[in-house]
Design a protein around this ligand. Structure first.
Ligand SMILES: N[C@@H](CCC(=O)N[C@@H](CS)C(=O)NCC(=O)O)C(=O)O
Length: 213
């Protein structure tokens, strides 16, 4: 069990922050949150870069002042320090498949539609091009994930895994970018199963203190 209080720095709509929120709630850990307003550019402030050299969110500050960054690294750390309830299955092959889904989203999909990338595409080619770009990369990424999962009701059978933690937030981005979800029936069913669980409900952007309105 990690000693003492933890603080999660992030943004309500950030899917990388959302992943860590799910992980913390899933493990039943108490934590406080502090918003880094991405729309206002707070991630570029020197004080924030001192905490996260990449100028991204999330960052998890531990009780002794240690700061962890990168959502997957934080989730793996959580799994190692608080093994129950698990986020990785016992079978090494299934584990590899769970991690493959997590990486397909975290490494091959999300970075291509990140805020700074979309701002750059918009500056070069306009807002419509940026939106088309985002929808294309998310449709391609989740289209592959749809064929990688082995549900149900969760992504890999009867137990929640790291794959679910990545899929649910990325589906929200798919909606935001206007991706046609009709070709993702398995992912939508996984999302529905996850959203029935308290850890996923408490992690939704709408449930965060920095959610507008
Ligand atoms: N691979 C990183 C991605 C972090 C990331 O890209 N965070 C986004 C929000 S989801 C961000 O801070 N974007 C700010 C920007 O692009 O300026 C992780 O998983 O932690």
């Amino acid at each position: 069990m990690p000693p003492g209080p933890m603080r999660l720095y992030g943004y309500h709509r950030s899917t990388a922050t959302w992943r860590v929120r799910i992980g913390l709630h899933w493990k039943g850990l108490a934590f406080s949150t502090e918003a880094v307003d991405l729309r206002a550019g707070a991630q570029h402030a020197p004080a924030w870069r001192a905490r996260h050299p990449q100028g991204l969110v999330p960052a998890l500050e531990l009780a002794d002042g240690t700061v962890l960054t990168q959502s997957l690294a934080i989730l793996e750390w959580l799994e190692e320090t608080v093994p129950q309830p698990p986020l990785l299955p016992p079978d090494p092959i299934v584990r590899a498949r769970v991690r493959a889904v997590a990486l397909a989203i975290a490494c091959d999909t999300h970075p291509l539609q990140n805020l700074s990338v979309l701002q750059r595409v918009e500056a070069l080619a306009g807002a419509a091009a940026a939106r088309t770009w985002a929808a294309d990369v998310v449709a391609r990424g989740l289209g592959a994930v749809e064929r990688m999962v082995d549900p149900g009701p969760f992504a890999f059978g009867a137990r929640v895994s790291l794959a679910d933690v990545l899929i649910v937030p990325q589906l929200a981005n798919a909606r935001r970018f206007g991706v046609d979800l009709g070709s993702l029936p398995r992912l939508l069913a996984i999302e529905e199963a996850c959203n029935a669980l308290p850890a996923f409900q408490a992690s939704r952007p709408e449930a965060q203190p920095d959610f507008p309105g």
